[in-house]
Structure formats: structure tokens, C-alpha cells
Design a protein around this ligand. Structure first.
Ligand SMILES: [Zn+2]
Length: 218
């Protein structure tokens, strides 16, 4: 009977997974074991160490979005040397770089520090909202943008750079951290938590499973 065959195929698809990198068919882990699940053949991470909770991750994404505004506009550092006092926000730095001879660096900063983190935030919020509401996401673009922006959003590296330069500049001038760097630090921390817990493959599987449940209920 074709319907029985379809149902058993669906069941099989629900209990196995093809590794996206090496295309090995793997059985989904049954128990709630601890630790991340990796492909035994190519070591690709297939799911995070924790269960995916769209509700709380969506809340963290919204908090990140609110933190981004002061992180961009408030001064990152205040530099004082021989009576000269200077401070700049992340937005000021990017605009200044885009105008001078450092245009390529400015474009890179704009891409890795503003465009990609923003795309990441929008894409992950869209996907988590869909998972929370059990709504199918029809366009595969959202997942593609999420995967791509995870690679290219480099706010954490920028933050590390600022902290290193603060210690180096400490010998030459008085460096005081501004409110912007605190907000940026918190935004980076929240983004890393969301990215660690919302692994793309795991999120995709959750949405596929929800789509199957919706189809079965009809
Ligand atoms: Zn693999």
C-alpha cells in the first residue's frame, strides 16, 4: 500500500539524519545524553549539548537587539593624554574609517561588525519565532543567512581587540572604558549564548519535526 510506505519512509526520515558534510546516514540519539553530538566520521557538530528552547533563546535575541543600540552609539573608550580628551563610539569609528585612506578597513568593519551581526540577529529571531509558533519557514534563505552570518559576524574578535589595545595604550595615555563597551560586551555575550544553543542543524531538525507534526495532524 503506497500510504503505508510513505508513512514508514517518514518515520525512517524522522529517526535518521544525513550528515550535511560527509552524507553518512546516522541514527538520531535516543537517550538524553550529555554533551554535543558529532558525526563519528567527519566530526561535524550535529547538535549542541543542550535541548533547544526557542522561547528563552528568542528572549535573549530581543535583549541583544536592545543592547545593540547603546553599544553602537555610546562611547567605547575615553582617551586622556597631555590635556587632550577624546572618545568615540563604534559608529563614529566606522564612519571615520570609511572617509579616510582606511576605506577597505572601514568596509570590513561595516561588514563584520554591523551588517553581519544585524543579519544574524534578524535571521535567528525569525527562525526562533517560527519554531516557537510552530510555523513553517517557507524560504530556505533565512537558514542560509543564519549559517553565513555565524561565520562572518565578528563582534567578539573586535571586543577582544579593544581590550588588548586598552592594555597597550595604558602606557601612553589614560584609558577609561565607556558605557558603550559594557553594552557591547553584554551584546556579544548574549549573541554567543544564542549561537551556541541554537545550532543551525538542530534548529532545522526541530522545524522539520514541527512541520511533520502539523502535516500528521491534518
Ligand atoms: Zn559527517
Amino acid at each position: 500500500m503506497p500510504e503505508d510506505k510513505d508513512a514508514s519512509l517518514d518515520q525512517e526520515r524522522a529517526s535518521t539524519l544525513t550528515c550535511p558534510d560527509c552524507h553518512t546516514d546516522l541514527a538520531l540519539p535516543t537517550g538524553r545524553g550529555r554533551g554535543a553530538w558529532r558525526c563519528p566520521r567527519c566530526d561535524r557538530q550535529l547538535s549542541g549539548a543542550w535541548t533547544l528552547k526557542p522561547d528563552s533563546l528568542l528572549a535573549l535575541s530581543v535583549a541583544t537587539a536592545f543592547l545593540w543600540v547603546p553599544a553602537l552609539t555610546l562611547p567605547l573608550l575615553r582617551l586622556e593624554n597631555l590635556g587632550l580628551d577624546n572618545s568615540a563610539s563604534l559608529l563614529d569609528c566606522t564612519v571615520a574609517l570609511l572617509q579616510g585612506v582606511y576605506l577597505p578597513a572601514g568596509v570590513l568593519l561595516l561588514f563584520t561588525l554591523l551588517t553581519m551581526p544585524l543579519a544574524n540577529l534578524i535571521a535567528v529571531s525569525r527562525l526562533l519565532w517560527a519554531a516557537r509558533e510552530h510555523m513553517p519557514v517557507h524560504s530556505p534563505r533565512w537558514m542560509q543567512v543564519y549559517r553565513l552570518s555565524r561565520e562572518w559576524a565578528m563582534t567578539d574578535i573586535f571586543l577582544l581587540g579593544i581590550l588588548i589595545s586598552m592594555t597597550k595604550l595604558g602606557d601612553l595615555a589614560t584609558v577609561k572604558p565607556g558605557a558603550g563597551i559594557v553594552c557591547l560586551g553584554l551584546a556579544v555575550l548574549l549573541r554567543l549564548i544564542v549561537e551556541t544553543l541554537a545550532q543551525p542543524d538542530q534548529l532545522q531538525r526541530l522545524m522539520d519535526q514541527q512541520a511533520r507534526e502539523v502535516a500528521d495532524a491534518r
